[in-house]
Design a binder for this molecule. Structure first.
Ligand SMILES: C[S@@+](CC[C@H](N)C(=O)[O-])C[C@H]1O[C@@H](n2cnc3c(N)ncnc32)[C@H](O)[C@@H]1O
Length: 214
């Protein structure tokens, strides 16, 4: 594992225990995370019985919303490379008594997606340097017409380059790095899919992108 990836793994190992609380801190900055989560799951356009991959599932905060839509006959496959985040997800699954959630510890940069009806990456895909390959591989596993949904933070087009460094202290504790400013997963969502849409929110700092498999 390279040094950058190891740093990320260490950040999430430390954050795992309090992640469900600290992930709400963005509210202090006016970001409506719960609403963004609901919007992202809505963009998946799920049906009862669907199989959904939650890519970078963390502690499983998306799971209840997905399960509401796919019902007891559907299935969630939660994938994350952090054992600590997955341990929290496992606790949630046991607490709620869900029997149709499978958790897999794997690196999304090499993960072989199973055949599925939806893939969601909520605040995770921009953390991957090789996000483009992962998005292409995800599309290949999706059933025709079914959706890949990405929600992430980004640098708005109007943000001056010379002020880039001001953001570093804000994103570093969350596993972010300045390399992320150059990552544009919404372009990959468009490139490999059809009927794609890209929606900006929060003055261009938040982005939703979805597309359907060919
Ligand atoms: C900010 S958290 C988001 C968690 C969750 N999606 C949520 O909505 O709360 C990012 C997650 O992506 C995972 N992650 C980052 N890079 C990854 C990779 N290459 N492979 C698998 N998981 C990764 C981290 O371990 C972490 O759990």
């Amino acid at each position: 594992m390279d040094a950058a990836k190891q740093t990320l793994v260490d950040v999430f190992a430390k954050r795992a225990r309090n992640y469900d609380i600290t992930s709400n801190f963005m509210y202090a900055a006016g970001m409506r995370i719960a609403r963004y989560r609901r919007m992202s799951v809505d963009f998946l356009d799920l049906r009862p019985g669907d199989t959904v991959v939650d890519a970078g599932c963390g502690t499983g905060l998306n799971f209840p919303l997905i399960l509401d839509r796919i019902g007891p006959t559907g299935r969630i496959i939660g994938v994350d490379f952090s054992g600590e985040m997955l341990a929290q997800a496992e606790r949630r699954v046991a607490r709620e008594g869900w029997t149709n959630v499978e958790l897999i510890q794997a690196d999304l940069e090499t993960f072989e997606f199973p055949p599925c009806d939806g893939i969601i990456a909520f605040l995770s895909i921009t953390l991957l340097p090789r996000y483009d390959e992962t998005i292409a591989r995800g599309y290949a596993a999706l059933r025709p017409g079914r959706r890949w949904v990405v929600h992430d933070y980004k640098l708005p087009g109007w943000w001056p380059e010379r002020m880039l460094h001001l953001l570093e202290p804000l994103i570093k504790p969350f596993g972010g790095s300045m390399d992320m400013a150059a990552r544009r997963p919404w372009e990959s969502i468009r490139r490999y899919g059809v009927d794609a849409a890209v929606i900006d929110r929060y003055f261009g700092f938040a982005v939703f992108a979805y597309g359907s498999a060919r």
